[in-house]
Design a protein around this ligand. Structure first.
Ligand code: GTP
Ligand code: SPV
Ligand code: MN
Length: 604
């Protein structure tokens, strides 16, 4: 199908004139097209076809060892006024950045094909969905976008002659001279730019072929650009999973949860409850777009159509529903390869295979001291293959959200779960959310950093204004019904470094408490930080956790929280007067309550 959309045709023509590809291919999104591209990437040595008897229609890709994760220090937000981007973003002047990048783009697709990928974030035609078009010179990007979003002719049709779309330009930045042999994973180590121009809106990505740097529908569009659209238009674009939770009586609620990268969203989104009679179903595992309906109910869609999930740690024990989603039609990135052309990663099986090809293409044997899979190795899987995909996951109207959870990796201080008594305090808790860094982004791992609402790397504008946007939500619709807000921490450790909480399926015990709080049947106790489960309110029947561990998981140590206060204030100070006064007031009250509690515990 051809389009008559003038804006799109002109843009494709202009980009082609700049990047000078050998050919242009408009993606129709068909299976036939997909198979042809995969075969082409296989012939080029980029894709390894996995054993069809074990993993039909699936491929493994090894990236360049220097291109394995999001690059936050090469991610830019370009706005006329730097205050707009805020201290949470690397700001650039849009005119200067475009001039710099145009020089890089000039001739960057020589020797390659430029693919035109029309894509919809969200069910095509949903009032909550939005359209983008990605231009890329990477087959890896095309076949991943086909799994992660809805692409092709149906999207062009929905776009129509005058429809709006977000321009997403991507190049690996590795032109080929005539006759030059390509490498398996072309990229440009010296020049990486992941640039956002919210005023256009457009995305210009250069030099990386990996994940969130290159699949531009995901973090670039669905979070950074969408967050600026959401602010303007009165909705929310969040780094949240969405799950449906049904109690033994058959009543159902939907919950969204914001945990930072590699902190458990995919696992919670697909959890298999250990509590008898409880059912959990997955709407999405990474991104949540929420808009009010006519009754003031906040409704959410998953703008994606696939999972780009962390492979290491995923197993039949930890996440059987993810494993079952991987039976066919998947792309694996930086996993290890077995002797019989299957994939492997750390903790997939109790015993590693005797011999592997590591993600670095090297021979690997157990005990060699290296990881077989990269810690940020990922699978790309169609969401429809998830055995617990929610029946409403593609409902254009979205699902009603009853609760929002915040959380992260906190070895100390933060209890297993607690509740905010109101939306404003919930927003405050989100604003002081912190977590240890993970391998999902390049840089150090295990360092505690403030990551408000798990959006620090993804909020496309000043985070202080983002907090104000959260506070403004109840006033954005007549009869607005805001979700209840909770805080959870699956990652609490004992003094000797062991997990205090078993996590995974056992997290259903915390979900049950949350469900019953909303229903009005579970007890909670007021503490200086919020409402904690009353003794006995968490169902521990059949749970193998020592009573003293449970007590530690559900205690509030005012002195420990007070130790964090200077860091929290420094975190707020970074944003200066952009922090809403209401949150400063919440912080002052929070500190006063903690001081009173600390004094009571230790009156000296
Ligand atoms: P992104 O895709 O990067 O946004 O990550 P995510 O938030 O979806 O994280 P994911 O669910 O993939 O989990 C990342 C890592 O955390 C995996 O190694 C998991 O095994 C581990 N993990 C997830 N849930 C739990 C839990 O409840 N307890 C513990 N101890 N580890 C968990
Ligand atoms: C994350 O880092 O939060 C991810 C993976 O979900 S990526 O798509 O690379 O951003
Ligand atoms: Mn994520």
């Amino acid at each position: 199908m051809m389009t008559n959309n003038r804006k799109l045709l002109d843009w494709v023509k202009n980009v082609a004139a700049l990047c000078k590809p050998d050919a242009i291919h408009w993606c129709d999104g068909s299976q036939e097209e997909n198979d042809r591209l995969c075969a082409q990437a296989e012939a080029a040595g980029t894709f390894i076809r996995l054993n069809p008897a074990k993993r039909p229609n699936s491929f493994l890709v090894f990236s360049d060892p220097a291109d394995v994760a999001r690059v936050e220090d090469r991610t830019f937000v370009a706005t006329t006024d730097p205050r707009e981007a805020g201290p949470n973003n690397n700001w650039r002047d849009p005119v200067e950045l475009k001039a710099t990048m145009r020089k890089l783009y000039d001739g960057c697709m020589r020797g390659r094909t430029m693919y035109v990928i029309p894509f919809s974030m969200g069910p095509i035609g949903s009032p909550i969905a939005h359209i983008g078009v990605e231009l890329t010179d990477s087959i890896y990007v095309v076949v991943n976008m086909r799994i992660m979003t809805r692409i092709g002719d149906a999207v062009l049709e929905a776009l129509g002659d005058n429809g709006e779309f977000v321009e997403c330009l991507h190049s690996v930045g590795a032109p080929l001279a005539p006759g030059q042999k390509d490498v398996p994973w072309p990229c440009n180590a010296e020049n990486k730019y992941i640039s956002h121009f919210p005023e256009d809106p457009s995305i210009w990505s250069y030099g990386s072929g990996y994940g969130g740097n290159a699949l531009l529908g995901k973090k670039c569009f669905a979070l950074r650009i969408a967050s600026t659209m959401a602010r303007r238009q009165g909705w929310m674009a969040e780094h949240m999973l969405i799950l449906g939770l049904t109690n033994p009586a058959g009543q159902k609620i939907y919950v969204a949860a914001a945990f930072p990268s590699a902190c458990g969203k995919t696992n919670l989104a697909m959890l298999q409850p250990t509590l008898p009679g409880w059912k959990a179903e997955c709407v999405g595992d990474d991104i949540c777009w929420m808009k009010f309906d006519q009754n003031g109910q906040l409704r959410a869609i998953n703008p994606e159509a696939g999972f780009f999930g962390v492979a290491p740690g995923t197993s039949m024990k930890s996440n059987p529903n993810a494993m079952r989603s991987l039976r066919a039609n998947c792309i694996y990135t930086n996993c290890a390869l077995t002797a019989d052309n299957d994939v492997w990663w750390e903790e997939l099986t109790d015993e590693p295979p005797a011999e592997l090809t590591s993600w670095k293409r090297e021979k690997w044997t157990p005990g060699c001291g290296q990881k077989a899979a990269n810690p940020n190795a990922r699978y790309t899987a169609p969401a429809r293959q998830c055995p617990v995909i929610d029946p409403a996951w593609e409902d254009p109207a979205g699902v009603p959200i009853a609760a929002i959870l915040f959380g992260g990796r906190r070895p100390g201080t933060v209890p297993l779960c607690f509740e905010a008594p109101n939306w404003q305090y919930g927003t405050f808790l989100g604003s002081i959310q912190a977590s240890e860094t993970t391998a999902a982004a390049a840089g150090s791992v295990g360092v505690l950093r403030y990551d408000p609402m798990a959006m620090l790397p993804f909020c496309g504008y000043n985070m202080g204004d983002y907090f104000a946007h959260w506070l403004s939500m109840p006033g954005r619709a007549p009869n607005a019904q805001m979700p209840r807000v909770f805080f959870v921490n699956w990652f609490r450790k004992s003094a000797d470094g062991r997990w205090l909480w078993p996590g995974f399926g056992e997290n259903s015990r915390v979900l049950k408490w949350i469900f019953e709080r909303i229903e009005g049947t579970a007890a909670a106790a007021e503490t200086p930080i919020g409402l904690l489960p009353a003794p006995g309110a968490i169902d521990v029947a059949g749970l193998d956790v020592a009573a003293e561990d449970m007590r530690e998981l559900l205690s509030v140590d005012a002195a420990a929280w007070l130790k964090d206060l200077p860091a929290i204030r420094a975190h707020y100070d970074k944003f200066g007067d952009a922090i809403p006064a209401a949150l400063h007031k919440e912080l002052d009250d929070f500190e006063a309550r903690l001081q009173a509690a600390a004094k009571q515990a230790d009156p000296r």
